[in-house]
Ligand binder design. Sequence first.
Ligand code: PLP
Length: 374
Amino acid sequence: MVNPTFTDMRPELGQPVEDLETPVVVADLDAMERNLKRFRELADEHDVAVRSHTKAHKTPAVARRQEEALEGGVLCQTLSEAEVMARYGIEDVLLVCPVVSEPKLDRLCWVADHVDRFAVLADEPEHVARLGTAAGRNDTTVGVVLEVDVGLGRLGVEPGKPAVDVAEAVREQPGLAFDGILGHDGHVPYIASSESELEELCAGVAADLEETVEALEGAGIGVDRVTSGATATAPLMAAEDVVTELDPGRYIFNDAALLEQGAVDRADCGATVVTTVIGRPTGDRAIVDAGSKTLSYVDGPDPVPVGRDDVSFYRKSSEHGFVDVSEADVAVGDRLEFVVPNLWAVANLHDTLPAVRDGRVEEVWHVEARGKDT
Ligand SMILES: Cc1ncc(COP(=O)(O)O)c(C=O)c1O
């Protein structure tokens, strides 16, 4: 007989949160539902679609909730994430990373054949040539969305005319269908130092997208989809006429990085880590049982305490979290809860996510696309 270990001790339905083994990342269902409602209202107000990024949770159960609440599709960051979503019945997938190797391109065609609507990002003729060959080899049609670099400086064609050559290359391939443009504005909240600067930068992103649409339309290429507007910028980008579809990810639970940017309030943050104090080595320091293996190594803000303002998380090593308790009454065995620092990273570290309401586990989600990085 195999002895059960903690790894086998999954959270159980109905279990009080205070009985869960720690460290544990929990998802607050009320916060999630409020966040979905907020984006539904935003979409309705501006008549835009919302396509949710699954990298923020890697969980088909959550993607289905988003599909239902927003009637929009998903973005996936990796091909294997897209495969998981397709296997779980998600119908509309945009893969936001170019795929270049033959075996992966064949897998991509499998995904294209197993969902209602599929497209992948491309930004150069080489991507297009490889995709076209794969589509022919697999006797299928693949949608292609052109990525435009709106200032992030990662992938993407320069705004305006350069898009035309790539879009024309797409149209020359019988197995490909040009399906619009995407400009990821993820850099904007990091460089904006005020609300007015945020507005200016978003207007700049919209201008880049408009210039690109004009160039494409001028060349006789219709653009039905223009995607832009991540969590922090969505309210501004939704109001831009050129945008037809938002692409937020972390809005579903939010995180300490968005709190720090002032993009969300504490009540919007629905992903928290519950920890236990395992040591009180000095008067001002408590050590909790969550370090970077629970919370990730990504740079960024520290976890934000929930329900108390007398403690602060200030450092992490791999299994230890360092908490300043100089102003607090905290003992070994106490539980401390924090808003997760970075949702994208945390989502990739846990097999299951207990989804809680009123202090009890209401659902247990399997993070099926966790570790799916290929
Ligand atoms: C193309 C694209 N769209 C949207 C997002 C979502 O960003 P956020 O989670 O800040 O909403 C990302 C995140 O990396 C992305 O790469």
